[in-house]
Design a protein around this ligand. Sequence first.
Ligand code: NAD
Length: 247
Amino acid sequence: MGIEKTDDLKVIVSGGTGGIGAATVRLLAAGGAKVMIGDLADDAGEKLAGELGENVRFHRLDVSRPEDWEAIVAATEEAFGGVNALFNNAGIVQFSGVKDCTPVDFRKIMDINANGVFYGMHFAAPAIIRAGGGVIVNTSSTAGLYGVASVFGYAASKWAVRGMTKAAALDLARDNVRVCSIHPGPIATPMTADLGDDLVASQPIARYGQPEEVARLVRFLLVEASYSTGAEFIIDGGATTGSLEPV
Ligand code: NAD
């Protein structure tokens, strides 16, 4: 009873009303997956679930609250008869370097981007094991692969996601649960709406990625990447590959 095709999925998508989250919800739902959208955005969540039919539900989720995770995992088991996948996607960004990032800012971004990913794995993993195994995809960033001066707290949180992914992958491998991280570069979503095209002008593929391109990678990891665990998947238009500038 492993996951062999999209319609085998019973998946929770955190941040499922945002740019990458909603694109993934739509792609998985189109393939027949059962999808539980978890997000703070009640109206957008109810609307998206209503639009996509009875295989897609919404449950309010603040990823920084362990009790919310406990509730959404229970609600998903109740609605779909189990949970076999989690896309830990919710996140926020803060634009500040180490001097300007206040302790309050830092605690907040770690609470959502890092603790939220931990809570998701902590509460979903036992349910996934009960379902016979499955997959967790955690959202890091290219900022979880190298340093980025202008987003200090964000980079810290995304490095934490990368590290937690590897530790959890090892811990859960013999339970038949794979855990991978994705590392997007600039993707055209509400999160990057104000950043402008200068950000992508010098990278090899000189455009923003589309949320649907990330959704296809997530579907691949959930459904097809049966020999990958603890692995990092970069989707960044070549940004971390190197520079096109002559040496
Ligand atoms: P987005 O702002 O469009 O979506 C984020 C979603 O997370 C929203 O629906 C928001 O309501 C939800 N959210 C925020 N705080 C939450 C909380 N406490 N509990 C539950 N939900 C919460 O952003 P996006 O670009 O789609 O980002 C999705 C993920 O991808 C994030 O983890 C982000 O860091 C990561 N990422 C994005 C980019 C990019 O360029 N857009 C690049 C690398 C990584």
